[in-house]
Design a protein around this ligand. Structure first.
Ligand SMILES: *[C@@H]1O[C@H](CO)[C@@H](O)[C@H](O)[C@H]1NC(C)=O
Ligand SMILES: *[C@@H]1O[C@H](CO)[C@@H](O)[C@H](O)[C@H]1NC(C)=O
Ligand SMILES: *[C@@H]1O[C@H](CO)[C@@H](O)[C@H](O)[C@H]1NC(C)=O
Ligand SMILES: *[C@@H]1O[C@H](CO)[C@@H](O)[C@H](O)[C@H]1NC(C)=O
Ligand SMILES: *[C@@H]1O[C@H](CO)[C@@H](O)[C@H](O)[C@H]1NC(C)=O
Length: 437
């Protein structure tokens, strides 16, 4: 028996706003969620001023009615204090996804058939930092009782399961920037293999902290050349790309077996898309740098396509991982060139990181949602800031021969799309989505 797996609910917290509708509206309007750290209240006191990269993708603060983030809109006062920010984002996105799928107050599905697979790349940087400083200054008595639970990367998943009483598989991957996509892929396998009928899956991250940005700047991963023009800083596939922009947020999707969705009365028109295949691989090369030929990415895309039972030529759209780093974008491009060979005419490639930055562990889930919306709405999202495609001055001969949809969205019927995520440690993941029919 092969169970089909479909997507029935979406939830987002991103630098473009809180909720799928507001994020989508701002995306389509071509808005950027990237801001300058110089606008932060404690710019000097917190040490942002000494960091060479000054751009971040921060979830905007304000009331939910304006599509912005205020913990009081989501939690009782005491509750918010007990939750790390990444868990708060995950719970907020989950609530939206459950409401969207009409499972929020469902009493028909047995609770042990609903599972949770929500990961985070880093967990709570803030709690780690504060407790380390507190311990250094005052020793044992300054360490908070909730320090360890707030720190753990699987706590968002734990909190979601407890809040809604979901007793199926409780899983949490942490594979750096591939986390969100691995979470969706693993959850797909749980349903496929009949461990659950419904999975709440995705990623969440809140690592906007001066220590984190310092670390990424020391590793030379983040951009430093667009400090005065934050909205131009993230430029996947552009010749002047210079590093990624650190972002935060959460993407959560509700997926379920088609049979279960139909049985509980989901209107087929409200099914966003179907998941057809999942590929994973390791580079086995270097902790942060990809192989120039993109071998790991090539294999993960190839596996996803093969497992979907389709040909490469069937792919209409690739939502690339492309973070706007010189070597990462090149490796991914080389991998796509190898996969598609001469058949590049029909496929569009773009990266929404141009408008939200890189959400690390949440990236794959948030970008899966963009891919799913692109399929549903027949729109290929643009890659912003793509003024001069390709060849960075450090590039040897990379062939930038796809349609990267520079700056303006375009209408396109998308039957199959793949979404890529790659992470430190050499991990690669690809999920293939299909228009539901
Ligand atoms: C679900 O139940 C809660 C608590 O009874 C209620 O406040 C909420 O409005 C319900 N939501 C929906 C969408 O029915
Ligand atoms: C706190 O930091 C200072 C300065 O780095 C160090 O000398 C000291 O040993 C630290 N104390 C503890 C308890 O870690
Ligand atoms: C969520 O986890 C925190 C610990 O990180 C705990 O204090 C809190 O009670 C949990 N809340 C829910 C709703 O599970
Ligand atoms: C596979 O993921 C790892 C981590 O980023 C990475 O080093 C490598 O970039 C990925 N492969 C490619 C070709 O992008
Ligand atoms: C991001 O993606 C959506 C479609 O998936 C698109 O409509 C939007 O314009 C894109 N935004 C940017 C700024 O790339």
């Amino acid at each position: 028996m092969s169970r089909r797996v479909v997507i029935t609910g979406l939830g987002l917290v991103t630098p473009l706003g809180v909720g799928v509708p507001v994020t989508w509206r701002n995306l389509i309007a071509g808005k950027s969620g990237i801001i300058s750290t110089t606008s932060l209240p404690n710019y000097e006191k917190d040490g942002w001023d000494k960091i060479p990269s000054k751009v971040i993708g921060k979830v905007p603060h304000g009331s939910l009615t304006e599509g912005k983030w205020d913990p009081e809109d989501h939690f009782e006062r005491g509750e918010a204090r007990r939750l790390a920010l990444f868990a708060q984002y995950g719970l907020a996105a989950t609530k939206e996804a459950l409401e969207d799928s009409k499972l929020i107050n469902d009493t028909d599905t047995p609770k042990d058939r609903i599972g949770v697979a929500v990961g985070s790349g880093i967990g709570s940087f803030h709690d780690l930092y504060e407790n380390a400083i507190g311990f250094n200054e005052s020793g044992y008595r300054k360490v908070q009782p909730l320090f360890v639970p707030k720190l753990l990367t699987n706590m968002a998943a734990g909190n979601i399961s407890i809040k809604y009483g979901f007793q199926g598989p409780l899983h949490s991957v942490s594979t750096a920037c591939a986390t969100g996509l691995h979470a969706i892929g693993d959850a797909y396998n749980f349903i496929k293999n009949d461990y659950a009928d419904v999975m709440i899956c995705g990623g969440t991250e809140s690592s906007i902290h001066p220590l984190a940005l310092s670390g990424f700047a020391r590793a030379r991963s983040v951009t430093t050349e667009f400090n005065d023009t934050p909205e131009k800083a993230s430029r996947p596939f552009d010749a002047n790309r210079n590093g990624f922009v650190l972002g935060e947020g959460s993407g959560i999707v509700v997926i379920e077996s088609l049979e279960h969705a139909l049985k509980r009365g989901v209107n087929p028109d409200n099914i966003y898309a179907e998941i057809k295949g999942y590929g994973l691989s390791g580079d086995a090369h270097h902790i942060t740098a990809p192989l120039e030929n993109g071998d790991g990415a090539y294999r993960s895309m190839k596996i996803a396509v093969e497992r979907s039972g389709i040909n490469v030529n069937d792919i209409d759209y690739i939502n690339a991982h492309a973070t706007s780093t010189v070597i990462g974008d090149r490796a991914e491009n080389n991998a796509m060139v190898r996969l598609f060979g001469d058949n590049t005419n029909n496929v569009a490639v773009s990266s929404n990181k141009s408008s939200i930055g890189h959400l690390l562990g949440a990236a794959g889930a948030v970008e899966s949602i963009f891919t799913i919306k692109a399929i549903k709405d027949s729109i290929v999202p643009p890659t912003l800031n793509l003024d001069q495609i390709g060849q960075h001055k450090e590039d040897s001969q990379s062939l930038f021969k796809f349609d990267y949809v520079p700056n303006v969205a375009k209408s396109k019927d998308i039957n199959y799309a793949i979404c890529n995520s790659f992470g430190f440690g050499g991990v690669n993941a690809t999920v293939c989505f299909k228009k539901f029919s």
